[in-house]
Each structure stands twice: as structure tokens, then as C-alpha cells.
Design a protein around this ligand. Structure first.
Ligand code: SAH
Length: 263
């Protein structure tokens, strides 16, 4: 069943950043009933960057929510990172971690997982410090706007990263296609898009609310990217847990893709 669409304004009014982190980012494997989806995306992202093909000066993360796991990986490869989200409490949660404020989420389990995968090139403390120095801004963004950062005009990025955002921010396939076009304008020609998403999900839970998710399949995502002038270089999907045991959400697969913007 398709649930009522929970738009950006619903997130702004109700989303609980700290609860989201406790629920989904308390361990490097993610929420236990969802399977080990977080360690899959963390290790796949580490591998993608380790390939050496994704480099440059600026990476923008779109819809980062209150999370830092992707930036903790990307900070090794980019000189500047801009984090962004629609919801104010999420941006504040990131700022809290950047300023080492008390009550900030503890990302050390994720940092350790990353350092271990990379063969301990850096210590947990070094990695987190580097991430703090590389993140230059935490901005409001709205993927439904032609310029998601309006009225700010950002220099085009070498890499765009987005995780679990477009499918919750878009009410239907047309909106998804448009949002993809909107974020694509933020990327240099030849730049790289990294996207993590869920397939066939209709909802996920947080606190007392069910948040809606646009139910999409692999063919839709691939064709939406192609229509926007992307060439897909890597697409990996991993099955989700048995739906009977997953009380938190109903995704069938989690995917990770790398695509290059042509033109
Ligand atoms: N990237 C994080 C958070 C995903 S939760 C992760 O991988 O866990 C979905 C996020 O999308 C929320 O932080 C929400 O605030 C954001 N969002 C919802 N509508 C949006 C919109 N119109 N534009 C940008 N972000 C939006």
C-alpha cells in the first residue's frame, strides 16, 4: 500500500535527527532488523573511492540528513565537502559533531570500520579530524527546486553523493526524474554521481511516524539516469532482509551506483 507522501515540510516539522541516528546508525552494520545494509554501503563506497577514478576538489552530499558516514570516507579523497539537507535539525546535528559539542552522535564505530577496511592508513582520531576540516559548509537544500541551493549558487562539483534521499523527497516518478535533473546541474560535465538508494520500499519508520518512500525498481533508476545524460559505471544491489522480520521498513534491495555526467 502506498502511504501518504511525507514531504520536506513534514520532515522539517517532525523529523528527529538524534532518534534517526540512534535507530539507524548506532552500529557499523545499521539497524539489526534491516540486515547488514550499512556495512554493505560503507565497504562499497570505500572500494569505489579506492579505485582511484573518483577524485577532484569539491564533493557535495545532497540530503545528508544528520549523518557523517559518507563524508568520513570521502574526506580522504576531496579537499572540500559541502553537506546539505532540507531539515534544519539535521543540519544542526552535523554542526554539533563538527564542533565536538556534547551530545553529538558518536561516529567512532563507523570511523573504525572505515580505517580497518583501508588497512589503517589513519587512526580514528585523525580520520575524524580530517573530516571536520574538509567539511566547509552545511547548507539547506531542496531537491525539488531547479537550483536546490537557491539563492546560493555553488561552483560546480567534481562529485555528488546522495544516499536514501531522492526516493523519500519525491512523490512520484516525474518528481524523481526532475529532482535528478536539478541535482545534476550541480555537477561538472564529466563529474561523478554516487547514489545509494532502496528499491521497492514504500515506508520506513522513525519514532511514532512512518515516512513514505517512492516505490521504484532498478530499471526505473537506470533509465532516469540515462535520460539525464549519465553513463552508469557501476551498479550493485544487495537484497534486503525478509520482509516478515523487518518492522522498520519494507525495502527489497539496497543499491549503490556510480555514474558519470556526460556533456
Ligand atoms: N542521507 C542520509 C539521510 C537519509 S533520510 C542517510 O543516508 O541516512 C532522508 C533525508 O532526505 C532526510 O534527511 C530529509 O530531511 C531529506 N529530505 C526530505 N525532503 C527533501 C528535499 N525536498 N530536499 C532535500 N532533502 C530532503
Amino acid at each position: 500500500m502506498q502511504h501518504d507522501f511525507t514531504e520536506g515540510k513534514f520532515y522539517q516539522a517532525n523529523f528527529e535527527a538524534a532518534a534517526y541516528l540512534t535507530t539507524y546508525y548506532s552500529s557499523e552494520t545499521g539497524n539489526a532488523v534491516e540486515g547488514i545494509q550499512l556495512s554493505f554501503t560503507l565497504s562499497t563506497l570505500c572500494q569505489a573511492f579506492a579505485s582511484g577514478h573518483i577524485t577532484g576538489k569539491l564533493l557535495i552530499e545532497i540530503g545528508s540528513g544528520p549523518t557523517l558516514h559518507n563524508a568520513l570516507i570521502a574526506s580522504e579523497y576531496f579537499q572540500e565537502i559541502i553537506m546539505s539537507d532540507y531539515t534544519e535539525c539535521n543540519r544542526k546535528e552535523i554542526e554539533k559533531w563538527l564542533r565536538r559539542e556534547s551530545g553529538a552522535h558518536d561516529w567512532s564505530h563507523v570511523s573504525k570500520f572505515i580505517c580497518d577496511i583501508e588497512g589503517k592508513r589513519s587512526t580514528i582520531e585523525e580520520r575524524e579530524e580530517k573530516t571536520r576540516s574538509v567539511i566547509k559548509q552545511v547548507l539547506k537544500c531542496d531537491v525539488t527546486q531547479i537550483n536546490p541551493f537557491h539563492p546560493i549558487v555553488l561552483e560546480p562539483a567534481d562529485c555528488l553523493l546522495t544516499s536514501l534521499c531522492l526516493e523519500v523527497a519525491c512523490k512520484d516518478q516525474e518528481a524523481y526524474q526532475n529532482a535528478l535533473g536539478n541535482i545534476a546541474t550541480l555537477l561538472k560535465p564529466g563529474g561523478t554521481l554516487i547514489m545509494i538508494g532502496v528499491l521497492k520500499e514504500t515506508f520506513y519508520r522513525l519514532g511514532k511516524y512512518k515516512y513514505s518512500c517512492l516505490c521504484i525498481d532498478q530499471n526505473f533508476v537506470k533509465s532516469a539516469l540515462q535520460k539525464q545524460g549519465f553513463v552508469i559505471q557501476k551498479f550493485e544491489a544487495k537484497p534486503g532482509p525478509d520482509k516478515a522480520t523487518n518492522i522498520m521498513s519494507d525495502f527489497e534491495e539496497i543499491f549503490f551506483l556510480v555514474a558519470q555526467k556526460t556533456g
